[in-house]
Each structure stands twice: as structure tokens, then as C-alpha cells.
Design a protein around this ligand. Sequence first.
Ligand SMILES: [Zn+2]
Length: 298
Amino acid sequence: MKSKFGARFLITILVSSLISIAILFATYKYSQQSLPKQALPLPTTPTSQDLSTIIDTNQTSESTDDLKAKPAHEHLGYCLHLPILMYHHIQPMKRAEANNQKGLTVEPQVFDQQLAYLLKQGYHTIGVMDLVNALKNKTTLPAKSIIITLDDGYSDNNEFALPTGEKYKFLLNFMIPTGFIDKGGYLGIKTLQAMDKSKYAAFYPHGVNHLLLAFQTDEVVNSETKNSIATLQKDLGKIDPVYTYPSGSYNDHVIDMLKNNGYVAAFSTISGATQCDSEIYSLERIRIGNYPMTTYGF
Ligand SMILES: [Zn+2]
């Protein structure tokens, strides 16, 4: 009798443990589903007529979801939800493999499909200064606005990226390390000038020697930031003073130096799509790989 009771007791414990585990698992699954994605899709129904989402940092819980990627104590000021796509190489994967560039490569066919999808979903590109001015003046932007950036000035950007941008009427912003111009695998000055004739190409400085600014002397930071824009202006005419940090490297001192050198904004590699006036020198971007745009929250 005693052992039968003991067995029953054990079974009861076992069953209740299993139920508890199942409840815990279900709770975990549910909480995973309800977590906000890193790159939040723009709302299908804009909150105010035809305008982009304004994220008021002092507002409702729905808005604060967009800001979870940032430390809660920061005062972010005026923010807009504006996805900035980040690409590097657009080239066939066979070529990327041969040159050990797989990690930074998106296949031309995939790039084409991604832009086609964005167009079909109603997205359109805006200029970098449109975003900068909207943040500075605290104005809105049209719904489903995006910015597309391609870093490092690889020659494949002219071969594969720009024709696709033109095909879908999407403005592409090329971030150029000016010291690499005309070097093997990089865009040459003649090609840059030819690309500049397209209304779907814009150019921005990405340093001279692609140096990590957080680790440089003031002298080097000055020469990297001043000379890169000067070279582009000499060769291509007007260039808007917006920097792209090589390898996303910067600190507060670098930001101060950018300001002193006339820059009005800068692109980081911080992942996200929340752009704030208080963080205009560390605009967030979404690194795009070889997956459908739905993967990245579009
Ligand atoms: Zn770079």
C-alpha cells in the first residue's frame, strides 16, 4: 500500500512538473513573438495623413517600442522612423568568393529583387539632406521614405548597383573613401564623374584612408574628414557635408571635430531605423544581406 501511494505521489509530482514546464515554454514563446523587431516596418496606415511616423519620446507605449534599442535614460529629442539601408559590394557571389568578399556582398539578382519589392510595397527614396533638414526643422517626411547607402566605393557599384537603382528610380548614395579612388577594385575618377551625371547617384565622403576615427590623433581626424570632402568637391562639384564613419568608429570627440569641420550629420553602423535630432551624428542603418526584404522588417 505504502509503495503504491509513493508511486502515485511521484506521478503527481511528475505530471505537475511537466505542466509547469509546458506553461513556462508557452509563455516564453509568446514573449518572443511580441518582442519588437530590430527594424520596425513603417505603419501601413500612417498616423497622420500621409506623413511618416514621428516618434515623440514623451509619448505612448506604442511609440516607445520604437526606442527600445536605445538606453532609456537618453533624451533623444525629435525622432523619425526612417530606414537607411546599408550595402557594400553588389556583385555575383562567385566573384565575391574568389576575392574573399562574401560577407559584404549582395548578389545583383537579389539586389534587384529587393528594390523591386520595396517599390511594389510603395517605398521611395529621399535624399540624405531631406532627412537632415527634417530632423533639424522638426518636420515630417512622406510615409514609406527610405535612404539607400553603399559604402566603400567598389567598382561593382557602377557595374551592378547604379543600373538597378535607375531601373527602379531609387536614389543610391555612394560613400567614397577618396584615397582608394582609381585603385584596383574601386571606382575611378572618370567612372565617378560618369555616375554623377545620373540623377539616381549621390556621393558622400567616407574618409581618405578608411581609418577608424575613434583611434586617430586630432591631426589625422582632421585630414581624413577635411580632405575626403575636398577631393569629392573638386572632382564632382557640390557635396553635402555628411560623413560615414569607416567601420562605424567614432566617439564624442570625433563628433565635435566633425562639427568644427562643417559636417551636419553622420552615418553610423548602429543597427536600427530610429533617427533623432539629438543623434544626428550617429544615424542608424540596417545592414542588408542576401535575404528577402521581409527579413529586415519591410
Ligand atoms: Zn567602409
